[in-house]
Design a protein around this ligand. Structure first.
Ligand code: FES
Length: 312
C-alpha cells in the first residue's frame, strides 16, 4: 500500500503498559526534525514493515502519543507494535488527519467512549477542560483492568467510568438528559456506534460526531455497478469496472491519489465531486456532510449515476 501523503520518521521515546493489552507509545521527531501540529480528534497513519498502514488516534499531540490495543485476531498492526517495537525504534508515520474535530463554537460537549475509542475523546476532554469549557466524558469499560489509564481517570472531575462488563448501558438516557444544542461525540466498538447512530437519528446532524475504525457492512452487490469517471482537471476518462473500487480504477489509470486505509475510514482519499450522484459507503463523513462538501471517498464509495465528474 502506498500514498503520496507526507511521511515522517518518529522515534519511540517511551512504551508503557496503560491497561490490559494496551500500550502507550510516545513518538518524538528524530533529532533536528519536527512533527506537524495536530488537534484533538486527529489520527496518524503508522506504516508497518510489510507495507501495510494502520490508523491510530492521538492521545496527545505534543509529543504524539498513541494507545494501542493488542488485537490478537486483527490484521497484525497492533501485534507488531506490542510485540516487536521497542523504545528507541523509529516508526514511519503520516501527517495527522482529523475527521473528528471539535466544533469551536459548541457550548456543551458530551463525549461517549468505549474500548480503545476513548483515546481521541480523552484528548478532547483534556483540551476542553483546559479551555474551561463545559464537557463530560463517559467511558464504558469491561473492568478497571481493561480501561485505558484507569488510575489517571478515576475520580477525575467530569469523567464517569461505567464498569459494565462490556455492555453499554444508559447511553440513551445520558443523551436525552443533555441540554439542547449539546455536541455529542462517540468512538467505540461497532455495536456501540450502531446504538449511538440509532439514538441520535433525530438530532441535528451537525451536533452528532462519530469516528469508526471498522468499515460498515454494506448491502451485497452495491459496488458491482460500472461507473464512467471524468476527471475535470486532467481531462482523463476512466471506466471503473464492477468489482473494482473507484480508487483502484484511478490508480490503475496512473492518477496520483492520496490514500491510506482503503476502507472508507481515514479520509485520505477524499475527493471533490463536480457532477453526478455519489453512493457514499464510507464512514468518515455522514451523507449530509458529503452533500455540503461535495466530496466522495473513492476507496469504497461508488456512483448512483452512470457518470461521476471528479475534481482531479
Ligand atoms: S483511503 Fe481511507 S477513506 Fe479512502
Amino acid at each position: 500500500m502506498c500514498s503520496k501523503q507526507s511521511i515522517y520518521r518518529a522515534t519511540v521515546s517511551a512504551k508503557v503498559a496503560a491497561g490490559r493489552d494496551i500500550v502507550l507509545l510516545t513518538l518524538v521527531p528524530e533529532a533536528g526534525d519536527s512533527l506537524p501540529v495536530a488537534q484533538a480528534g486527529a489520527h496518524i497513519d503508522v506504516h508497518l514493515p510489510d507495507g501495510g498502514v494502520r490508523q491510530y488516534s492521538l492521545l496527545s499531540a505534543s509529543p504524539y502519543q498513541i494507545a494501542v490495543k493488542n488485537v490478537r485476531d486483527g490484521r497484525g498492526g497492533s501485534r507488531w507494535l506490542h510485540d516487536d517495537v521497542r523504545e528507541g525504534d523509529v516508526l514511519t508515520i503520516g501527517t495527522p488527519r482529523n475527521n473528528f474535530s471539535l466544533r469551536p463554537d459548541s457550548s456543551d460537549v458530551l463525549l461517549l467512549a468505549g474500548g480503545i475509542g476513548v483515546t481521541a475523546l480523552l484528548f478532547m476532554y483534556r483540551q476542553l477542560t483546559g479551555q474551561g469549557r463545559n464537557v463530560h466524558l463517559h467511558y464504558w469499560i469491561k473492568s478497571s483492568a481493561d480501561a485505558l489509564l484507569f488510575d489517571q481517570l478515576v475520580g477525575l472531575e467530569h469523567v464517569t467510568l461505567h464498569e459494565c462488563g462490556g455492555r453499554v448501558v444508559s447511553m440513551r438516557s445520558l443523551i436525552a438528559q443533555c441540554p439542547a444544542g449539546t455536541d455529542v461525540y462517540c468512538c467505540g466498538p461497532t455495536r456501540m456506534l450502531e446504538e449511538f447512530a440509532s439514538i441520535t437519528r433525530d438530532l441535528p446532524p451537525e451536533k452528532v460526531h462519530v469516528e469508526r475504525f471498522a468499515p460498515v457492512v454494506t448491502a451485497d452487490g452495491v459496488t458491482d455497478r460500472p461507473c464512467h469517471l471524468k476527471l475535470a482537471r486532467s481531462g482523463m476518462e476512466i471506466e471503473a469496472e464492477p468489482g473494482q473500487t473507484l480508487l483502484e480504477a484511478l490508480i490503475a489509470a496512473g492518477v496520483d491519489m492520496d490514500y491510506s486505509c482503503e476502507e472508507g475510514l481515514c479520509g485520505a482519499c477524499e475527493t471533490r465531486v463536480l457532477a453526478g450522484q455519489p453512493l457514499h459507503l464510507d464512514t468518515v463523513r455522514s451523507p449530509a456532510e458529503h452533500d455540503r462538501l461535495h466530496t466522495i471517498m473513492p476507496c469504497v464509495s461508488r456512483s448512483r449515476s452512470d457518470e461521476l465528474t471528479l475534481d482531479l
